[in-house]
Design a protein around this ligand. Sequence first.
Ligand code: GTP
Length: 322
Amino acid sequence: MFGKLKEKLRSFIKKVEENVEKEEKEAEKKGILEKILMVEIKEKDVEEALEDLELELLEADVALEVVDALKEKIKEKLVGKKVRIGTDKEKIIEDAVREAILEILTPPRKIDLLEEIRKSEKPYVILFVGFNGSGKTTTIAKLAHWLKKNGFSVVIAASDTFRAGAIEQLEEHAKRVGVKVIKHSYGADPAAVAYDAIQHAKARGIDVVLIDTAGRSETNRNLMDEMRKIARVTKPNLVVFVGDSLAGNAIVEQARQFNDAVKIDAVILTKLDADARGGAALSISHVTNAPILFVGIGQGYDDLMPFDEKWFVERILGEENA
Ligand SMILES: Nc1nc2c(ncn2[C@@H]2O[C@H](COP(=O)(O)OP(=O)(O)OP(=O)(O)O)[C@@H](O)[C@H]2O)c(=O)[nH]1
């Protein structure tokens, strides 16, 4: 997971460390080392390494605006910092990078989904949107499974009435996790299916309605309009964008398009287990202002993990290598 990002950040830390050590050596040569206890990290110690890092982050699919923000933050934290002679410089530089990444990753607001559901009127409605093949259907089944484990009853609306096989695929997943699906036939109005699922939940006191929708792209104008209609009719408590982390930078663009059509409240990133770059995960919250709620880390129903920024940062900076 995220091997590329990790490698690039390591190399940045190394370069800055070498530059600071050079400063230390120069001071030693000038014979002033005994007089000073600290070396200051100068802009020139960081600048060149940051230029290299910029290219490398872009290669790792980090969005341009996120690269810029990250560079600024790293610079802010490092330049002018005084490092005591003989201390572990690598650790000091690493901590600054860690703080910068955490700031980038931490969204303006967090969502405690279980708490939101608990305090909401029944049913709590979640609308899932995303491109084709992003892993939406699998993710809905995983989330249904997770919600059940947390004591909530769930029903799923088969509002992808567009793609052949979508309803059967959803029913198969739902059967395996023991959740009912409300469906119409193919070609039916997806908003009507979602509406029925909500009525069903209301009549039976079901806690949560999960609405599956057809995967779409901005070129599918009709599908985007249809998405707006589903949102209008169902007034979801939460709109979740499901993005395939392997799509890298492209998912930031996808998320923007959905955000324009129906405002995204949260993100679930799938296939993180296969993501060597990590750029999408680093970028998406910052660009959309929506928190990453969960990440998909495999194909099993338990392979959905609540997202934790610290966990992510440890994966790209720490020793851990899950
Ligand atoms: N490795 C891995 N595979 C995943 C993950 N999530 C989903 N997948 C796989 O991705 C593929 C596509 O998932 P679907 O759920 O069918 O995708 P979808 O977005 O519903 O597709 P559309 O109906 O076309 O929108 C399936 O083979 C899933 O098993 C994940 O977190 N990790």
